[in-house]
Design a protein around this ligand. Structure first.
Ligand SMILES: Cc1cc2nc3c(=O)[nH]c(=O)nc-3n(C[C@H](O)[C@H](O)[C@H](O)COP(=O)(O)OP(=O)(O)OC[C@H]3O[C@@H](n4cnc5c(N)ncnc54)[C@H](O)[C@@H]3O)c2cc1C
Length: 313
């Protein structure tokens, strides 16, 4: 079945480039903010939405020829893109959504653009254990693999069999969790130009579907109660300096509600910085730095941002 595609919002007067051997269009000067959860940031110099591995290969050939950098974009739920925008090509994975399920060994192979919370509900409905923590994380599979997304004491590293990773030189590799060098919210892909094409997750059979639906539903309710989902954010801004929680350290020094421009430290959870209305990326960036500085001064702890900041601030 053909997918109905919406054209991205572009500021360019020139027609998009039709990529040879594909039905992919490469657009110029595309507004990226609609594709991020913060709803801020400038334009991508170039922008593309591949639908297959064949498309990706042609895109890689094109960027090699142009000698421009590649930025992968999942659901944009952990990205702060600068107001001046991003140089090079932004590749949005949202149409890379292949899906296959192995009933016998409870494993699922999914394309990078597949929604993580959707997959968590699907697993719960089958009574499979392993993804119930993921229900409130508005990520794609690709972004979750790169960030080692996690919550409620679970994370991607616990269930990943392997990820299929493509490199701009055309190389394709299956990487295990060990090869991805997983640790808390970290993988080696955060330092590389590479595209996660898909991932295979290994789940476990459990008691009943009802039980899994209950746990998953409770996790979702808990998050809605304790975290601000009503305003644009990127979730937790800082990694927790374990054993401490960043939110607690920020709250104790009275920064809840503190605002710079349109960016605000959330009242409900101090490790969330919200776009409280018309924030610029610079407002959010300045507030992140302010919070970091205040925590350092008061607690002598340097908080490390979990949010990925792209471009020049
Ligand atoms: C309300 C809210 C709640 C959140 N709660 C949590 C939480 O509980 N736990 C948690 O861990 N995170 C949480 N997050 C943060 C975020 O959802 C995760 O970091 C998630 O893994 C990001 O996935 P994404 O698809 O949005 O990736 P993006 O934000 O689009 O990208 C993140 C990084 O991954 C790269 N990337 C994305 N896709 C690919 C790909 N296919 N190949 C290669 N690189 C890629 C990007 O270039 C970027 O560096 C929350 C965010 C929000 C808005």
């Amino acid at each position: 079945m053909a997918i109905a595609h919406k054209h991205p919002m572009t500021n360019s007067l020139t027609n998009p480039i039709a990529l040879r051997h594909t039905d992919c269009l490469i657009y110029q000067k595309v507004h990226i903010s609609p594709y991020t959860s913060y709803k801020v940031g400038g334009q991508a110099q170039w922008y593309v939405e591949p639908k297959s591995w064949n498309d990706v290969q042609e895109i890689f050939r094109w960027i090699e020829k142009q000698q421009i950098p590649l930025t992968c974009l999942g659901a944009g739920s952990n990205l702060l893109i600068c107001d001046r925008g991003i140089e090079g090509l932004v590749l949005n994975t949202r149409y890379l959504k292949e899906f296959s399920l192995n009933q016998e060994n409870q494993s699922i192979t999914v394309g990078a653009g597949y929604s993580l919370p959707k997959l968590a509900w699907l697993a719960a409905k089958k009574g499979w254990e392993g993804l119930e923590w993921a229900v409130g994380i508005p990520a794609t599979i690709g972004g979750a693999v790169v960030m080692n997304a996690g919550a409620h004491k679970g994370c991607i590293a616990d269930i990943l069999s392997n990820a299929l990773v493509a490199y701009p030189d055309g190389n394709l590799k299956y990487l295990s969790g060990q090869e991805l060098e997983y640790s808390y919210r970290t993988s080696k892909l955060q330092k590389e130009q590479a595209l996660v094409l898909s991932a295979t997750l290994k789940l476990s059979p459990t008691s009943t579907r009802d039980k899994m639906m209950e746990i998953t539903g409770n996790n979702f309710k808990h998050r809605k109660k304790t975290q601000p989902y009503d305003k644009p954010s990127c979730g937790s801004v800082f990694r927790n300096p374990q054993p401490q929680a960043a939110g607690w350290l920020i709250e104790q020094i009275g920064l809840k509600g503190y605002q710079i421009g349109g960016a605000q430290v959330a009242h409900r959870h101090a490790n969330f910085i919200l776009n409280a209305g018309n924030a610029t990326a610079k407002d959010i960036y300045n507030l992140i730095n302010h919070v970091q500085e205040q925590v350092q001064n008061s607690w002598s702890i340097l908080l490390h941002p979990e949010v990925r900041m792209l471009g020049e601030f």
